[in-house]
Design a protein around this ligand. Structure first.
Ligand SMILES: [Zn+2]
Length: 311
């Protein structure tokens, strides 16, 4: 039984993007000014510490070009400049308490990235969130823009627990069938909805059905999004069999692999406790795609096996 995937038969699969690139002040400014800027900015962002939503359409040159950390979520700004003003300057609200998320080094650890596409879905996603929290596992959710707009609280909860939200198009059209501008506009709209919901900046996308080509490469590059395909396809949408889904994941698991599933199927959710326990028993650390890949390049496809697909 071999489930490791090859970019083949992808016409029936799915995907997304989305990560957070912490904003960094590159220039050194006087501490007091930095502190003021920092607090003001944090308040503005609701403690997310990431680029404000709504910037998805702008070329990422400035924001993503300055090296987002692999950790992705940390809202830790550059200098830990403690406000030195004598007045009781309030610290930024702990409303978005960054989840305890020690930095992971996937060069040393046995990492694996579980990914869930096509949500968020109020019928199934909340249960998955509970399971991930229970096992202190992180994952990446490639979401549809129209659903993110309808269920923003689920997007935010996923982000707030330290998992990653990413773009999976507005409503699951095949982006390779659109013009470059059409694909760009579709993903831009989706990014805006997701970023508005999470209060964060996303940097990853997964093309629906894995359908990518040079046009999608161009559109994603322009949007500052790296394309994340997968290594292991569970075919969960087809089997609807928790045991089969679990078996595929556990038998195909390997260090630094990306696993494709969908959080819109109850049968997939039913497999998750066994999958996560099984992986953790084998010594895996469950991380987000951004934690595993580190800094990604907009427009580029990951993993490498997808580099020449669709052209
Ligand atoms: Zn999909």
């Amino acid at each position: 039984m071999v489930f490791a995937t090859v970019p083949r038969g992808v016409q029936w699969m799915y995907s997304v993007r989305g990560i957070v690139g912490p904003v960094r002040f590159q220039r050194s400014v006087p501490v007091s000014a930095a502190a003021v800027l920092l607090i003001g900015f944090s308040l503005l962002l609701g403690a997310c510490g990431t680029v404000p939503p709504g910037t998805a359409g702008s070329p990422p040159a400035s924001s993503t070009g300055t090296g987002s950390s692999p950790g992705g979520s940390s809202s830790a700004p550059p200098s830990s400049a403690a406000p030195e003003s004598p007045s009781p300057t309030p610290t930024p609200p702990a409303s978005s308490e960054p989840p305890e998320r020690p930095a992971v080094d996937c060069k040393k650890l046995k990492c694996i990235a579980l990914t869930y596409d096509d949500g968020p879905s109020p019928g199934t996603t909340p249960e998955l969130i509970k399971i991930l929290k229970k096992y202190k596992a992180k994952a990446t959710f490639f979401q549809l823009g129209n659903l993110a707009a309808e269920y923003p609280e689920l997007v935010k909860e996923i982000h707030d627990m330290g998992s990653e939200v990413a773009n999976h198009s507005w409503d699951h059209d095949s982006l390779d069938r659109k013009s470059v501008d059409g694909a760009y506009m579709d993903m831009k709209k989706a990014s805006e909805a997701i970023e508005k919901a999470c209060g964060c900046r996303i940097t990853l996308m997964r093309p629906p059905y894995g359908a990518t080509d040079k046009g999608v490469d161009k559109a994603t590059k322009k949007l500052g999004l790296a394309q994340i395909l997968w290594d292991v396809d569970t075919l969960d949408w087809e089997s609807h069999d928790p045991y089969d889904i679990k078996s595929k994941v556990l038998h195909s698991a390997a260090k630094n692999r990306i696993v494709l599933m969908h959080d819109i199927h109850q049968t997939t959710i039913d497999a998750q406790e066994d999958i996560i326990e099984g992986l953790q028993d084998k010594g895996y650390t469950l991380v987000t795609v951004s934690e595993m890949l580190g800094k990604t390049t907009p427009g580029k496809r990951y993993p490498k096996s997808w580099a020449h697909y669709g052209n």
